[in-house]
Write a protein that binds this ligand. Structure first.
Ligand code: 5GP
Length: 193
């Protein structure tokens, strides 16, 4: 088991409806020492890639992306989830269906911050059905940029997102892949990596 799998076993809580709660260390209260370990691991897995920008989505991707960015020495851009936010100029827009909130959001990134010279590492906390990632990929493509890789903290391997994104040919690196989890017993099984 790696450091993140151990932490999920210790502090993750399995909820009904295929939801894993990790809010004591990942996406509400945040363990920055753990995020630093994640940053080092992503740096190792994406070594040699010409990454010059990190892209994530608000809100829970932002904390992880900022710490990871310290290992790549690049700026972080986060996609915003509402059209009404006051952001200057034209925007790239994608539609994203939220797994946890079961609603559709438009996500936007200003055209000022992504272009054809952008070599992007996409970072997010969770991968479930892959809607969030597909929206972010679409935004990079609209900008004419390149997705150099995708780094995820927790992938739920029993949902379809990982397979879809890997089939598209992207280097998708998930630090922990949950193969199965049981809300009744709290048991969590990880995929061997
Ligand atoms: P997807 O778009 O891949 O279906 O879902 C990804 C997004 O949904 C993530 O950005 C994350 O915020 C949220 N999410 C999906 N599954 C879970 C889960 O089991 N637990 C938590 N805490 N968030 C999740």
């Amino acid at each position: 088991m790696n450091f993140l799998e151990e932490r999920i076993r210790k502090d993750g809580i399995v909820k009904e409806g295929n939801v894993l709660k990790v809010d004591s260390f990942l996406n509400h209260q945040m363990d920055i020492a753990l995020f630093n370990e994640m940053g080092k691991e992503f740096q190792r897995r994406f070594e040699g890639k010409p990454i010059n920008k990190i892209l994530t989505i608000e809100a829970s991707g932002i904390g992880i992306a900022c710490i990871v960015a310290q290992y790549f020495h690049v700026p972080v851009v986060f996609a915003k989830k509402s059209k009404s936010i006051n952001i200057e100029g034209e925007m790239y827009v994608a539609e994203v269906e939220s797994f946890t909130h079961r609603c559709k959001n438009q996500v936007i990134v200003s055209k000022k911050f992504l272009d054809e010279d952008s070599h992007v590492l996409i970072i997010d906390d969770f991968l479930a059905n892959g809607c969030a990632l597909q929206g972010l990929i679409q935004i990079v493509q609209s900008a004419g940029g390149t997705v150099e890789g995708i780094g995820i903290a927790v992938e739920k391997g029993f949902q379809s997102g990982g397979r879809i994104i890997r089939n598209l040919g992207y280097q998708l690196e998930s630090l922990a892949i949950v193969e199965s989890m049981d809300a009744a017993t709290g048991e969590i099984c990880f995929r061997e990596q």
